[in-house]
Ligand binder design. Structure first.
Ligand SMILES: N[C@H](CCC[C@H](N)C(=O)O)C(=O)O
Length: 280
């Protein structure tokens, strides 16, 4: 299987061009290739496929083999891959995902995509659609006890479920302890991606993330969108343009308010190409 290794702010995936390659068991393949010692090493696997309803289809799998409905860092790399490899010459493309068709605008320098702006669609705030178990119709700064500790969280979907928690310190957070407890908490029937946020100023937040199915990643595109929306809803920031500082880089989020789409802008990087498994 020929593959290309790419990342968005350090959120790295193995990409396979399914116009020319065939992946029969993507769940198992995602587990194998993600292993950072016995495989290629990645946060998961992303298949780039033909589509009848959009220019391309993105089919995304986490490191544990679970299928993700949307991936903000991944979709930017899909755009870079299809443009840089000549599958399209358009600088506005559509990509079909598990959470609908997304429109992307590509910024090109010297014939290659450098940054991509994604219309991520509108956030979903209704508890039952996220889904989250709650006795309130929305979850905006609601109390939750996780592993015996009390937090306040805001829940929303960007096509995938997110829980956003505001803390005074995220640097020293023992995310490997609390992350899985959130991921598997009874409030989240489909598990959850959890973003831990420190507010820096009225347009800047710092974020660490424990991803459903992949653990701590250096960045999460849908998570950065969820964090910015939660920061605006909770009046933690006053700007509608939020810079999200992640361990792997910086993402720019724009949201004009309820009923409006969230826009995600960030880089996409190609690291290397290869063959898996290697020839004899
Ligand atoms: N772990 C996520 C999918 C990947 C999302 C993330 N890598 C992004 O950039 O949005 C989920 O299971 O919903």
């Amino acid at each position: 299987m020929k593959f290309t290794k790419m990342h968005g702010c350090g959120n790295d995936y193995v990409y396979v061009n399914c116009f020319t390659e065939k992946v029969d068991h993507p769940e198992e393949t995602a587990i194998l290739v993600s292993d950072r010692h016995f495989g290629i090493g990645s946060d998961g696997l992303i298949l780039i496929k033909p589509s009848d309803v959009a220019d391309f289809e993105m089919d995304m799998y986490n490191a544990d083999g679970s299928r993700g409905a949307m991936c903000g860092n991944g979709i930017r790399c899909v755009a870079k891959y299809v443009y840089d490899n000549g599958l399209t010459d358009k600088t506005r493309i559509t990509v079909s995902t598990g959470s609908g068709i997304k429109t992307l605008d590509l910024s090109v320098e010297n014939g290659c995509v450098k940054t991509v702006r994604v219309n991520m669609g509108s956030p979903v705030l209704e508890a039952e659609k996220i889904p989250v178990v709650s006795d309130t119709s929305r979850v905006i700064s609601q109390p939750i006890t996780v592993a015996g500790k009390d937090f306040f969280y805001t829940a929303l979907s960007m096509g995938n479920p997110h829980a956003v928690v505001f803390l005074d310190d995220v640097e020293n957070l023992k995310i490997e302890e609390i992350g899985p407890e959130f991921e598997h908490h009874r409030n989240f029937p489909d598990r959850v991606n959890t973003e831990f946020i420190k507010v820096i100023d009225d347009h800047t937040i710092q974020m660490r993330v424990w991803e459903r199915g992949s653990g701590e990643t250096l960045a999460c595109g849908t998570g950065a969108c969820a964090a910015a929306v939660a920061s605006i809803l909770n009046h933690k920031v006053s700007s509608r343009k939020v810079s999200v500082l992640l361990r792997g880089g910086e993402l720019q989020i724009e949201w004009a308010g309820e009923g409006q789409p969230v826009y995600l802008t960030g880089p996409a990087v190609t690291v290397f190409t290869g063959e898996y498994p290697a020839g004899k």
